[in-house]
Design a protein around this ligand. Structure first.
Ligand code: NAP
Length: 280
């Protein structure tokens, strides 16, 4: 039995990793959370208190753990200060295999925090699996849920296309690589790259109302999004992501999900159907 600790277990990908591990007889899962009671209620599995920024939580969290599903919480961008101490504790506690939720392009862009984490893990002599995921379809049902409910999607992406991936596929690949202890790096995308007009057409087709893509200017997006989020750093990251989309830098489609799972990745239309209730 391999004991897996799942960080980010209450998040978009981690919750599906926990679910997936439950179905694998030779894996045992513990969910790490800053609020383990709430996590146990939500996930119905063993939980342990864990906070990257609280070293006092490391010892119990990593005790007896052989494999780690690693999520860098979006708010923690100071890798050396906020993430590396926990990773060092994991190595010291005997963790052997780390499956890291990275981001597509981390191998070519040294400025993203994920690149620094990949590099640290590679140097640490661990068995590593880097899941370099494209933009999650779930951003449409979380970050952009309210506006889609109201019939519009306002992102400054122009006609740029995105190779959206469903977080459930990312989690399924994570579970498969944990089970088979496969190392390496995977670029995880959906089956096609779509622009936001096409995304809105798929959303309109499954909802009872039309969803229109408005392509605001970058300044207009920054102002209106800041009013909504109240978090300048988050809005800055969003603006950077949609600018790379506008520039045509995030439209690469790969076969990696298909190769690992032996089935095609979930497409946006299926995602929209499965998550219809989020926008009603
Ligand atoms: N969104 C995308 O399109 C996309 C695409 C590719 C890669 N990524 C990467 O995916 C990662 C985020 O994954 P996600 O979207 O699944 O997560 P998420 O939904 O944003 O959830 C964040 C998770 O981090 C945990 N967390 C927050 N602060 C923490 C702390 N100080 N210590 C320990 N845990 C903490 C939270 O758990 P508790 O509240 O229970 O502690 C929560 O489970 C990021 O690194 C992001 O760059 C995102």
């Amino acid at each position: 039995m391999t004991h897996v600790l799942v960080t980010g277990a209450t998040g978009t990908v981690g919750r599906h990793v926990v679910d997936g591990i439950r179905d694998v007889p030779d894996l045992a899962v513990t969910a790490a959370s800053r609020d383990p009671v709430r996590a146990r209620d939500r996930l119905d599995c063993a939980t342990v208190p864990f906070d990257f920024t609280e070293p006092a939580t490391y010892r119990d969290a990593f005790a007896g753990v052989e494999a780690l599903f690693l999520v860098r919480p979006p708010a923690l961008s100071r890798v050396r200060r906020d993430v590396v101490p926990a990773l060092a504790a994991a190595v010291g506690a005997g963790v052997e295999h780390v499956v890291f939720l990275s981001v597509i392009g981390a191998d070519t862009n040294p400025f993203v925090p994920h690149a620094r984490i990949e590099s640290w893990l590679a140097d640490a002599g661990l068995e590593t699996t880097f899941l370099r995921a494209s933009f999650f379809m779930q951003n449409l049902s979380t970050t952009h849920r309210e506006e889609i409910r109201n019939g519009r999607l306002a992102v400054p992406a122009g006609n740029g296309k995105t190779s959206f991936v469903d977080a459930r596929d990312v989690a399924a690949v994570a579970v498969r690589t944990l089970r088979t202890r496969t190392t390496g790096a995977y670029d995880l995308t959906g089956p096609e790259a779509l622009d936001y007009d096409a995304v809105c057409r798929h959303l309109s087709a499954v909802l009872d109302h039309d969803v229109a893509y408005t392509d605001p200017s970058l300044p207009r997006f920054l102002v209106s999004r800041y009013r909504l989020e109240g978090d300048l750093a988050k809005v800055g990251v969003m603006a950077a992501i949609y600018t790379t989309t506008r520039l045509g830098l995030v439209d690469r489609v790969t076969d990696d999900v298909h190769t690992v799972l032996d089935r095609p990745p979930i497409d946006v239309r299926t995602f929209a159907r499965d998550n219809r209730s989020a926008w009603l």
